[in-house]
Design a protein around this ligand. Structure first.
Ligand SMILES: Cc1cc2nc3c(=O)[nH]c(=O)nc-3n(C[C@H](O)[C@H](O)[C@H](O)COP(=O)(O)O)c2cc1C
Length: 204
């Protein structure tokens, strides 16, 4: 039985937030249970309805399931540290951003922001489906471009592990310990300003 049942990773929020936001965190241990097609469709649907600059919708996702060739290829791109734990995830997704506007070659300055926002939507929908998401920047972008023939106007941005939460004991010891680590954040008073950058808003 997982020790997680007696260990809360819930955000110690200073102010009320949505339950799904409070409960979301990025586990490294998944339980191996596959994710069904309907749930996956809901995750991508949540991403689909994210806002984006000029409604450009610059997100693209390549997904693989454990055991298939796409999964293997995404897995190969991961740095060693991430391979050690992502091996437990039943689904891996490569997020890709379109760098240019749809009909022109103009740079879309917002593409990374927009893809990140779509993934945020996906990750909260995942919580609603009982699934957890762990995003990774630690992967070889050039290898991803090669393995998936990604055109020059697109850029691989992250790899996203998805699955049902698992027992931390499936992980190598050093990573197991991290599953129990308290989640911490800077106080909002340090990043919310009014009047001038850096100026206290008198909100806290
Ligand atoms: C863009 C991005 C890249 C990340 N890269 C990695 C990574 O390569 N490996 C990893 O184990 N976690 C990675 N993370 C997870 C963060 O470390 C994690 O979200 C952060 O510590 C906050 O923890 P929480 O999501 O559990 O609240 C990444 C998260 C994001 C959003």
């Amino acid at each position: 039985m997982s020790n997680l049942s007696v260990f809360s990773k819930e955000a110690e929020a200073d102010h009320p937030i949505h339950e799904l936001l409070r409960r979301r965190w990025s586990p490294r241990a998944f339980n191996g249970e596959p994710v069904d097609d309907a749930r996956l469709r809901s995750l991508f649907e949540a991403a689909r309805w994210a806002p984006s600059s000029s409604n450009q919708q610059p997100w693209r996702f390549i997904f693989g399931r454990q055991g298939d060739e796409t999964y293997e290829k995404i897995f190969q791109t991961l740095v060693d540290f991430n391979q050690k734990w992502a091996v437990t995830a039943p689904v891996l997704i490569l997020s890709v951003g379109r760098k240019v506007m749809n009909d022109k070659e103009d740079i879309n300055e917002s593409y990374r922001y927009d893809v990140g926002q779509a993934v945020a939507h996906l990750s909260i929908q995942a919580m609603e489906e009982g699934l957890y998401v762990h995003q990774m920047g630690g992967f070889d972008q050039a290898m991803a471009v090669r393995l998936f023939n990604i055109p020059a106007m697109y850029k691989p941005l992250t790899v996203i592990a998805i699955g049902y939460i698992g027992d931390p004991s499936v992980l190598p010891e050093k990573l197991e310990v991290l599953e129990y680590r308290k989640r911490e954040r800077f106080p909002a008073s340090g990043f919310v300003f009014s009047g001038q950058f850096g100026q206290e808003p008198g909100l806290y």
